[in-house]
Each structure stands twice: as structure tokens, then as C-alpha cells.
Design a protein around this ligand. Structure first.
Ligand SMILES: CC(=O)N[C@H]1[C@@H](OP(=O)(O)OP(=O)(O)OC[C@H]2O[C@@H](n3ccc(=O)[nH]c3=O)[C@H](O)[C@@H]2O)O[C@H](CO)[C@@H](O)[C@@H]1O
Ligand SMILES: C=C(OP(=O)(O)O)C(=O)O
Length: 432
């Protein structure tokens, strides 16, 4: 089994470059199949397991996909199959994002239900409500969601009950090829939604308002392949920012965009961290002593749930009591037990974790419970006494390119040991 071994005590210094955003590239690759003519050339694509999975999904549908170095080319002008089977969706729930493009282009989509996962139940009701409002019939049964429509989808006014990133993206893609105008209200406002809208517009779509709570889409009859560069990964950037701060280091995170990271920057500054905007990114300078803070995760522009566990690692190094409240997912505290194995002083109270710092962290054997927990445990290992061994790296590989290698370049005492797969590992294990 692969593991990362970290020895605590090194300060991080230097420069690290972030990759293209996982949460932007997955919807963009899904959207590429909406083009019935022309090729899409996607740049700054990170070499992640999830990118391979979404590429496999659309290849299975008969799209031509070429993976190059940080580049993916998609030609979806062939007649596509309209089904995404369980073997793909179980690996990565973002596979459901092919539903909007398929339904809009072919009037049919059949996608396996992803099921629950490590961070919560993650329902799809808002995606389906959007498709139904546009005239689709939706059936859920035998482990699949099937949607179909006679003729084109019809533009509609849709109010989302919760600002869901995936539902906003899926319905926005469907509306791009629908007949007439669609107005989406109470949309998620994440930067990745803006990136997707920009790509759709390059393909010939007419989408305005992405990044605000109301998105207006004038449906068009046909979309074409387009060239697009993926935005930098704000969560990878944030993970390195936290790692720099907790080790009292001085790191330039190249590609980190202040505009995408304001909530994290504000909280880190409250903790005493210096963050400077430079031409190439954000410089993070850790203080001698970190101060405790309270943080609540919220949809963008609030504090991102995908930074919750890394923030917990930073709080463990702060003086005093911090409270971290998770409001987006109901079960995203699995890493707490692992942190406890490292002697962290943490208490779960409902949807909050009370963090008593500074914890006297000790190296231990820990297992990643989801991809952000993997990063958080490694970050905690950077400031623990002795050696921390982190396993279940399949989670890490979904969302981080060469995380250990990049930390090592910054001065961390860290190694990744690749061992032959154990007999316990199932090849198609559910990982999201
Ligand atoms: C590939 C990708 O971009 N993943 C991100 C995306 O996931 P994802 O798009 O799955 O997350 P959502 O924004 O949809 O989920 C937000 C909340 O809405 C709820 N909900 C969602 C859909 C729905 O139909 N009904 C419903 O109730 C969810 O249970 C959750 O409580 O946004 C999450 C929230 O920022 C991030 O943690 C994930 O990293
Ligand atoms: C939860 C995450 O991703 P996904 O929605 O792909 O599971 C994440 O990126 O932290």
C-alpha cells in the first residue's frame, strides 16, 4: 500500500506552483461532449486520477479524448452513447455532470446513482428538479437515473433550494442548448462555475451572470468545440498556504488568486499570518505564534468546505480554543479521529469541532478519509514530533498532483513510498 512518510520539524520556504483546478476541469471536460462539431483543446489540465476518470467516462460514450501534458483534446462530434455506468460513477461522483450535456444534445441521459460517500449523503434532487422544469421526464430506479425529453429541452425559471455547485453546473449546461431562455436563481457562485460559463460561451453559448446568484441563459441550437485554459486550483493553493503558515515558513504560492481566496486569507490574517499579493501569486509568511479563530464553512464566497480539514490542522498549531463549524456537508469530520491519533485535542459538538491548541502533535500511522483529509494529515505531520505515516493515498491522488514532491521542494522531510497493491485493495473501490 502506498504511503507518505513525513518527519515533522522542517520549515517550508521557496516557491510552489499550483495546477489547474480539479473542480473546474471536471465540469469543463463533461461540457465538452455538448459540442456536436469541432474539437476542444483544454489547457492547464492537472494530471489527476479524477481527470482520468472523467476522460474514461466520455471515452466510453464514444468521444475521442487525447490526454497530453497538461492538455486534453476532446472531439465529441461522433454519435455518442448516452449512458454513464456505475463502474465510473462509483469512482467519482462528478461523473453525473455528463447528464446535462447528454440530455440537452440527445434528449436522453442515463447515469448510475453515485450513492453516499465519506463526507455526506450528497443528494441530486436539485439537478433533477432543474431538468424536470425544462420539460424532462426523470425516472430513478435500479441504481440509475434516467432522463428523457421529446424534442429540445425548454427554457424555464428555476429556483434552487440550496446553492449547489453541481446542480448549477449541470442545469446551466443543459440550458445552453435548450429552446428559449432559462433563468437560474439561488445559484452557487464558486469561481469554477464562472470558468465553466466562460468555456460554454467560447463554444457559442449565451450565458450571463455566472458568479452571481442569478444566471441567465439564452439557449442556442448548436455548440462547437473551443480552446480553454482552466483556472488555478484555489484549494490546492490554500493547502500550500496553510502548510507554509503552520511551519512558520515563507512561501510564494504561484497562481493563487486573491479574488478566489478572500475568506481563507481573512481567517489566516486573523490568526496572525502575513499574506502579500505579488505579481505571480500570494506570499505566505507564518508568524512565531498563531492565534485561535472561529471558522464556519459556507458556500462561496464563504469559507470553503474543501479547506475545512486543512484549516483544522492550522488551528491545532494555534494558541487557544478555535471552533470550526461545518455547514455544507453533514459528515465531514472523519479526519478528527485520525488527528486524535496524532495527540490532537479535539472535541466534536454537533456540527462543530472544538480545537484546543496548541496541540503537542506526535507522529502516528493515520489513514486519509477523503482527499482533503489526506492533505490535512500530511500538513499536521509537518509539525508533529517524529514520523507520521499517511495511507489511503488514492484519495490524495484524486485532487493533488505530486503533493509530497512539491512539499519536499519547499524543504519538508517527506517521502512517498509506492508499494505493490495489497490483496485487500479492490480495483474498483469507491473512492469519493
Ligand atoms: C467536483 C466538484 O466541484 N466538487 C465540489 C462540489 O461538489 P458538489 O457539486 O457535489 O456539491 P454541492 O454544491 O452540490 O453540495 C452543496 C450542498 O448542497 C446539497 N445538495 C446538493 C445537490 C442537490 O441536488 N441537493 C442538495 O441538497 C449537498 O448535500 C450539500 O449539502 O461543491 C462542493 C461544495 O463546495 C465541494 O465540496 C466539492 O469539492
Ligand atoms: C469533495 C471534493 O470533491 P468531490 O466533489 O469531487 O468529491 C473535494 O474536492 O474536496
Amino acid at each position: 500500500m502506498d504511503k507518505i512518510i513525513v518527519r515533522g520539524g522542517s520549515q517550508l520556504n521557496g516557491t510552489v506552483k499550483v495546477e489547474g483546478a480539479k473542480n473546474a476541469v471536471l465540469p469543463v471536460i463533461a461540457a465538452s461532449i455538448i459540442a456536436s462539431e469541432g474539437k476542444s483543446i483544454l489547457k492547464e489540465v492537472p494530471a489527476l486520477a479524477d481527470v482520468n476518470t472523467i476522460s474514461e467516462v466520455i471515452r466510453h460514450m464514444n468521444a475521442d479524448v487525447t490526454l497530453g501534458e497538461n492538455q486534453v483534446t476532446v472531439d465529441a462530434s461522433n454519435q455518442l452513447k448516452t449512458e454513464a455506468p456505475f463502474e465510473y460513477v462509483r469512482k467519482m461522483r462528478a461523473s453525473v455532470l455528463v447528464m446535462g450535456p447528454l440530455l440537452a444534445r440527445y434528449g436522453h441521459a442515463k447515469v448510475a446513482l453515485p450513492g453516499g460517500c465519506a463526507i455526506g449523503s450528497r443528494p441530486l434532487d436539485q439537478h433533477l428538479k432543474g431538468f424536470e422544469a425544462m420539460g424532462a421526464k426523470v425516472n430513478v430506479g435500479n441504481g440509475y437515473i434516467e432522463a428523457f425529453t421529446e424534442g429540445r429541452l425548454k427554457g424555464a425559471r428555476i429556483y434552487f433550494d440550496v446553492p449547489s455547485v453541481g446542480a448549477t453546473e449541470n442545469v446551466m449546461m443543459a440550458a445552453a442548448l435548450a429552446e428559449g431562455k432559462t433563468v437560474l436563481e439561488n445559484c452557487a457562485k464558486e469561481p469554477e462555475i464562472v470558468d465553466l460559463a466562460n468555456y460554454l460561451n467560447k463554444m457559442g453559448a449565451k450565458v450571463i451572470g455566472a458568479g452571481t446568484e442569478t444566471i441567465r441563459i439564452e439557449g442556442v441550437e448548436k455548440l462547437y468545440g473551443a480552446e480553454h485554459t482552466i483556472i488555478p486550483d484555489r484549494i490546492e493553493a490554500g493547502s500550500f498556504m496553510v502548510a507554509a503558515a503552520v511551519t512558520r515558513g515563507n512561501v510564494l504560492v504561484k497562481g493563487a488568486e486573491m479574488e478566489h481566496l478572500r475568506s481563507l486569507v481573512a481567517k489566516m490574517e486573523e490568526m496572525g499570518v502575513t499574506i502579500q499579493e505579488e505579481a505571480e501569486g500570494l506570499r505566505v509568511i507564518g508568524p512565531e505564534k498563531l492565534k485561535a479563530v472561529d471558522v464556519k464553512t459556507m458556500p462561496h464566497p464563504g469559507f470553503p468546505t474543501d479547506m475545512q480539514s486543512q484549516m483544522m490542522a492550522l488551528m491545532l498549531g494555534a494558541e487557544g480554543t478555535s471552533v470550526l463549524t461545518e455547514t455544507v456537508f453533514e459528515n465531514r469530520f472523519m479526519h478528527v479521529e485520525e488527528f486524535r491519533r496524532m495527540n490532537a485535542q479535539l472535541k466534536i459538538e454537533g456540527r462543530s469541532v472544538i480545537v484546543e491548541g496548541p496541540s503537542d502533535l506526535q507522529g502516528a500511522e493515520v489513514a486519509a478519509t477523503d482527499l482533503r483529509a489526506a492533505a490535512a494529515l500530511i500538513i499536521a505531520g509537518l509539525v508533529s514530533e517524529g514520523y507520521t505515516r499517511v495511507t489511503e493515498l488514492k484519495h490524495l491522488d484524486r485532487g493533488y498532483v505530486n503533493f509530497a514532491g512539491k512539499l519536499k521542494q519547499l524543504g519538508a522531510d517527506i517521502e512517498r513510498i509506492d508499494e505493490a497493491p495489497s490483496t485487500e485493495t479492490q480495483p474498483n473501490e469507491i473512492i469519493s
